[in-house]
Write a protein that binds this ligand. Structure first.
Ligand SMILES: [Cu+2]
Length: 322
């Protein structure tokens, strides 16, 4: 009993999220994946068994000389071609049915969340409420939602395996994905189309939370940035507004309205920085501001030559933006 439980726990932690679907869409896709896996394993075993049998049976030491030659055999060829054809046809219809059920017509439904891939972070907008944030995507549990997927530059690709399908984000196109959230939790994903130097640090974090908590989060995100709580943070705010930070970043309530980089209005409410590159704390913020290229080489944010004191002030202010 105990060992059985341990085995299933071990298997659970070892299996990738694809095997822990957290939405009906991911469940259906997972079923097809399992079907292919079982089919392919059975086929591989059959080939291995036959290879071993034939090699043993026709060993040269047992049967010196050529084995008897048989030109064609209808009795073998029909099942050899027919059975795989039937299997592939069955998988084809199973796939089509799954695709239609996972990705039904939008039927005029407006997107609940618009996610835009940037080199190398995610912009997240909730058109219903006007909230714009970055990198940490929040969704209410137990709801069917329509994601709209866009790109601001090159092709990116959205994939959170536990929540469902994978979808390209193509400049100039609106792609869509339905996601029916079920269990609360944090689901990880990653950009799945090579999009440049920091493609590997374009991770996705989806926080599925109870609907009430989600509404509270949304309302908090809608608020403008809080005012600095001490002198140092106040100095940080002035430094931010006096530099070109404002050309690339938006901090609602300060006049900074750039859209090239992530929205920073509620930066401190997020658990990670730079699309999963590191945890969000003052030490890491300092590292980033002191030399972005050292932290995420190639990142589209320049290095500012600022005195340590100014960086510390900036960090103090950014750490306030809950
Ligand atoms: Cu990408």
């Amino acid at each position: 009993m105990l060992s059985e439980c341990m085995l299933s726990m071990l298997l659970d932690s070892w299996l990738p999220p694809l095997f822990h679907p957290a939405s009906p869409e991911a469940g259906q896709i997972g079923n097809i994946g399992n079907g292919f896996l079982i089919g392919a394993t059975a086929m591989a075993l059959l080939v291995i068994v036959l290879t071993i049998r034939v090699t043993r049976r026709y060993r040269h030491s047992k049967n010196p000389g050529e084995p008897s030659q048989a030109p064609g055999s209808r009795r073998l060829e029909i099942p050899m071609i027919g059975v795989p054809l039937l299997i592939v046809t069955a998988f084809f219809f199973w796939s089509m049915r799954t695709m239609n059920s996972v990705l039904p017509d939008r039927g005029g439904h407006a997107a609940d969340v618009i996610i835009t891939g940037h080199q190398w972070y995610w912009e997240v907008a909730y058109p219903g409420s006007g909230v714009v944030t970055a990198n940490e995507i929040h969704l209410p549990a137990g709801r069917r939602q329509l994601l709209q997927l866009n790109s601001a530059d090159v092709i990116h690709d959205w994939w959170v395996p536990a929540l469902g399908g994978k979808m390209d984000m193509i400049p100039g196109r609106n792609n869509h994905l339905w996601v029916t959230t079920r269990d609360t939790g944090v689901y990880e994903g990653a950009c799945s189309e090579f999009c440049g130097q920091q493609h590997a640090w374009m991770r996705i974090q989806v926080v599925v939370q109870p609907a009430v908590e989600f509404s509270r989060w949304l309302a908090a995100q809608l608020e403008p940035a809080g005012s600095p709580r001490d002198e140092r943070a106040d100095k940080g705010r002035s430094i931010f507004l006096a530099h070109t930070c404002t050309n690339c970043h938006r901090v609602k309530g300060t006049g900074a309205n750039g859209a090239t980089g992530p929205d920073l209005t509620h930066l401190a409410s997020r658990s990670m920085l730079l699309a999963g590159r590191m945890t969000n704390d003052s030490a890491n913020l300092f590292r980033w501001l002191a030399d972005p290229q050292k932290v995420k080489e190639g990142a589209l944010m320049p290095k500012f030559i600022l005195p340590q004191d100014s960086i510390k002030a900036l960090v103090a202010w950014l750490a306030h933006l809950e």
